[in-house]
Write a protein that binds this ligand. Structure first.
Ligand SMILES: Cc1cc2nc3c(=O)[nH]c(=O)nc-3n(C[C@H](O)[C@H](O)[C@H](O)COP(=O)(O)OP(=O)(O)OC[C@H]3O[C@@H](n4cnc5c(N)ncnc54)[C@H](O)[C@@H]3O)c2cc1C
Length: 377
């Protein structure tokens, strides 16, 4: 009976990068991916350049735009422009290409993939996980990584992450051409949709446009990407095919591991509840997951508590502030735009968050310091 070191449910960004990190360390890894192929991923593709350090392969070929400035608007007008620090520290990547590149690299290092299949039952005998898959394959592994995304059925089954995940609702399209979006900028439009924002992130010859709504379970099912938004991005009378997706967002600090099992990426509800940044936590969680599993395999132990702790320290603490900011900003968006975007230093701060130079805790500390200073003077 072959027992893999690690089985991973889901071959998206977090599953593939966990597979790459672990197979590069010399472990036997199997990825079980539900889809036969992923030609289009519902993701705007914005990522901090610093995240490349968390990917153990060169991703230059999938960077489509090196972003120099962020343009904010309120209902398509009242523009505020912020330059991204460091010139090109925020990129737009074509997500389906990024995921494919990382997965192919993992395969080169010996990862096995089972496609168009998923686990239909799981159990553990002693220290070994046993999975029966929908294509009747039976898999055994020492460790299990859940990376099956926002619709995860295994995270809650194994009591990993929040019992009742919170969701943002998103609607995304990709349009040919660049509209009025300048090649090296990204656009955030507030005020056009309730409890969220619209975005336009340019690729080489097309634009990822989308809407996200983050609080109050406000749906986008019946939402037309109406003229206001599409016109605002410079696309007149365009035909489009919307992709609707529920996105699990960060809602609190939860345990993300058990003995021999952990959860990464969207399945772990890590996505930023203010700006929908999910690439960064997918990569960070994949990195720490691999580090912790490696330690366990080296020392022949199974306690992965260090993983949950690393995610709390390196992500959760900042997201706690991100959630508070989102709650206030999206409930009072006009005031939010005035204070959070139009204030002299504010857009620069958001640009610094996007580029990974600052996090929400840093911002909160600055605001608290300012308030203390004011109250004392
Ligand atoms: C419209 C939209 C725009 C976004 N824009 C950005 C952005 O600009 N920047 C950013 O940082 N983040 C963005 N995000 C968030 C980001 O896309 C996600 O956080 C990221 O994709 C998480 O990767 P993942 O691997 O965890 O999940 P996924 O990419 O969803 O991968 C999950 C994988 O698991 C597979 N799967 C599902 N169920 C099973 C199963 N039972 N068994 C086996 N396999 C299974 C799926 O087929 C899929 O391949 C956006 C999200 C949306 C919806």
């Amino acid at each position: 009976m072959k027992v893999f070191d690690i089985a991973i449910f889901g071959g998206g960004l977090s599953g593939s990068s966990t597979a790459l990190n672990l197979s590069k360390k010399g472990y036997s890894v199997v990825v079980i991916e539900k889809q036969q192929k992923r030609d289009l991923v519902s993701c705007a593709g914005g990522m901090a350049a610093s995240m490349a350090d968390f990917i153990s392969t060169d991703i230059t070929s999938v960077i489509e735009t090196k972003v120099k400035s962020v343009h904010f608007t309120w209902k398509s007008s009242d523009k505020v422009i912020a330059d991204i620090p460091g010139g090109s520290s925020f990129w737009v990547v074509r997500r389906e290409k990024l995921d494919k590149l990382i997965l192919e690299e993992a395969l080169k290092y010996g990862t096995t993939i089972i496609r168009a299949s998923e686990a239909i039952s799981i159990n553990k005998s002693g220290e070994v996980w046993n999975f029966v898959c929908s294509d009747e394959t039976i898999i055994h592994s020492k460790f299990l990584v859940i990376a099956d995304g926002s619709e995860s059925k295994w995270a809650s089954y194994l009591n990993l992450g929040p019992k009742k995940p919170k969701y943002a609702k998103t609607l995304a399209i990709r349009l040919e051409g660049l509209g009025n979006i300048s090649k090296d900028s990204v656009r955030f439009d507030f005020g056009s949709i309730k409890y969220g924002f619209a975005w336009a992130f340019p690729l080489k010859d097309s634009v990822n446009i989308g809407l996200g709504t983050f609080i109050g379970n406000h749906g986008l099912e019946n939402y037309e990407l109406n003229k206001g938004i599409i016109d605002g991005f410079g696309f007149i009378d365009s035909k489009y095919k919307p992709m609707h997706k529920k996105l699990r967002i960060w809602s609190g600090i939860y345990k993300l591991n058990h003995e021999n099992a952990l959860v990464v990426g969207d399945a772990a509800s890590l996505c930023d509840p203010f700006l929908a940044e999910g690439i960064r936590p997918a990569l960070i969680s994949s990195f720490y997951a691999a580090e912790c599993i490696d330690k366990c395999l080296i020392s022949n132990t199974s306690n992965l508590d260090e993983y949950s702790q690393a995610m709390t320290n390196n992500w959760g603490k900042s997201m706690a502030w991100g959630k508070r900011i989102a709650n206030v900003f999206y409930r009072f968006p006009k005031t939010g735009y005035k204070l959070g975007v139009k204030r002299k230093t504010a857009p620069q701060r958001i640009a610094q968050i996007l580029s990974g130079e600052m996090n929400y805790s840093d911002i909160a500390k600055r605001v608290i310091k300012r308030l203390i200073f004011r109250s004392q003077s």
